[in-house]
Design a protein around this ligand. Structure first.
Ligand code: ZN
Ligand code: ZN
Length: 159
């Protein structure tokens, strides 16, 4: 698969985006931050016309690589660079800018951790995205003030 376009941008055509568009319930993460306020959205990882969420990852053997996640909530597209991720592995997620580990926010139902990506430049667990750090587990939550959006209730989400 061709990963980079002529400008060095990552290409990741997203099938689910079209499906979500048709249902008019698209939630796109516009910004998310490490605990020190670095924006994790990176235009060099493109998912359709949206910048992806770029994270540094570290496996149990302390090997490091990068993972780009789709910023479209509910889209399971992700791409890893420099590290072969095995399904079921639990990985550490770090800020690619400063290397700070992203904090654990809750326990995932699979037994791994939900990691918080803050949707504001200041750490606030009331406004964050929780994503599971187990490869192959796509549990994710979006906390927006009093609202809790999980993949299970995306269907009912009309905001
Ligand atoms: Zn950082
Ligand atoms: Zn999980």
């Amino acid at each position: 698969m061709r990963i980079f376009d002529d400008n060095g941008l990552m290409i990741f055509p997203s099938q689910i985006l079209r499906e979500l568009r048709e249902s008019t319930k698209v939630v796109v993460v516009q910004a998310c931050y490490c605990p020190r306020g670095h924006n994790l959205i990176n235009d060099k990882a493109q998912f359709s016309e949206h910048g992806g969420i770029l994270l540094r990852v570290r496996d149990a053997e302390l090997r490091e690589g990068l993972v780009a996640l789709s910023p479209i909530y509910g889209d399971k597209s992700r791409i890893s660079l420099g590290l072969r991720l095995e399904k079921g592995d639990v990985i550490k997620l770090l800020c690619p800018e400063c290397g700070v580990p992203l904090p654990v926010y809750d326990e995932c139902s699979c037994g791994a951790d939900l990691i918080a990506l803050f949707t504001r430049p200041v750490p606030d667990y009331g406004n964050c995205i929780g994503i599971c750090n187990r490869v192959g587990c796509y549990n994710a939550e979006l906390k927006n003030g009093n609202e809790l959006l999980t993949l299970a209730n995306l269907e009912e989400y009309t905001g």
